[in-house]
Design a protein around this ligand. Structure first.
Ligand code: G1P
Length: 291
């Protein structure tokens, strides 16, 4: 049984949709409540036995590295002021074994994965798209854990999926279903952002994957289409050989790369917060009365 020990988080987008804040602050550092969104993704990985997380960033993203690194002066200050809870919160950011790879060219998802090749080599890896937060529910199995469990049981690559409705199918990767059992689909074909008429099912691929080591090698040998190589081409090959699964995610997915999705994530996480949840709930009720 092959274990998943590496994870890649592509987080190199320039975040131009969030200008001007992303002029100086890299998009992965945008806060959801009090944490940068990239930290939630690292936390999701704490549920699995991943030993190394490779974050693929844009040039000039040193502040992300700083976030996950030591902060001696701040720590000393918090301790001498007796602020142990805050000290622990700060220390939490240092518990991840993170490495950084810089994606110099804007050459898509496959390009981002290849930036992490020197760390991953031919090992299987978890892939977590930096723009998506997955909330499984209090105490429920995190999205990536379900995928890692399935991969380690079956040896097959597996992608998270959600049902979508109407035109939304065209915004995502989509797949044809060979069979389904307990929310796990055997996939026989993959299409990237099909039109509504072309779509093979009502299911969308969402930003969590566990992929076999072969994927990295295949990406390297792939011929570019429109000057770009596509992860979908490799995944479609796996699907054709019956080596690709999809697992239904029944939690909530937040697209924090989109302004509305980002605000929704902040509202939802604020409502769940012990510290300010009640306050925000009252505020939302008051606002709703005026709508
Ligand atoms: C990528 C994948 C797509 C997937 C989507 C999920 O697309 O290529 O298959 O459905 O992420 O968010 P992107 O959103 O990067 O265009």
């Amino acid at each position: 049984m092959q274990k998943v020990k590496k994870a890649i988080i592509p987080a190199a987008g320039l975040g131009t949709r969030f200008l001007p804040i992303t002029k100086a602050l890299p998009k992965p550092m945008l806060p959801v409540l009090d944490k940068p969104n990239i930290q939630y993704i690292c936390e999701e990985l704490s549920s699995v036995g991943v030993e190394e997380i490779i974050i693929v960033v844009s040039p000039g993203s040193d502040v992300i590295e700083k976030h996950f690194g030591p902060a001696e002066d701040l720590e000393k200050r918090l301790l001498s002021d007796g602020k142990t809870k805050l000290y622990e919160i700060e220390r939490e950011t240092q518990k991840f074994n993170v490495r950084f790879a810089v994606q110099k060219e804007a050459n898509g998802l496959a390009g981002a994965i290849l930036c992490a090749e020197e760390y991953v080599k031919d090992e299987p890896f978890a892939l977590l798209l930096g723009d998506e937060l997955m909330y499984a529910g209090e105490g429920d199995t995190p999205c990536i854990k379900r995928l890692v469990d399935i991969f380690e049981q079956t040896g097959k690559s597996v992608i998270a999926t959600m049902e979508v409705f109407g035109d939304d199918v065209s915004k995502y990767g989509n797949f044809g279903i060979k069979s389904e059992k307990d929310g796990v689909f055997e996939i026989n074909q993959l299409l990237e952002k099909p039109s509504v008429n072309e779509a093979l099912s009502n299911y969308a691929l969402i930003g969590r994957y566990v992929l076999c080591g072969e994927v990295m090698a295949k990406l390297k040998t792939l011929k570019p289409r429109n000057n770009e190589i596509y992860l979908t081409d490799v995944l479609d090959e796996l699907a054709a050989k019956g080596e690709l699964l999809a697992a239904l995610f029944d939690g909530v997915r937040y697209d924090v790369g989109d302004k509305a999705g980002y605000i929704k994530a902040n509202v939802a996480y604020a409502l769940r917060s012990k510290e300010i949840g009640e306050d925000i709930k009252e505020y939302i009720k008051e606002l709703a009365r005026q709508l």
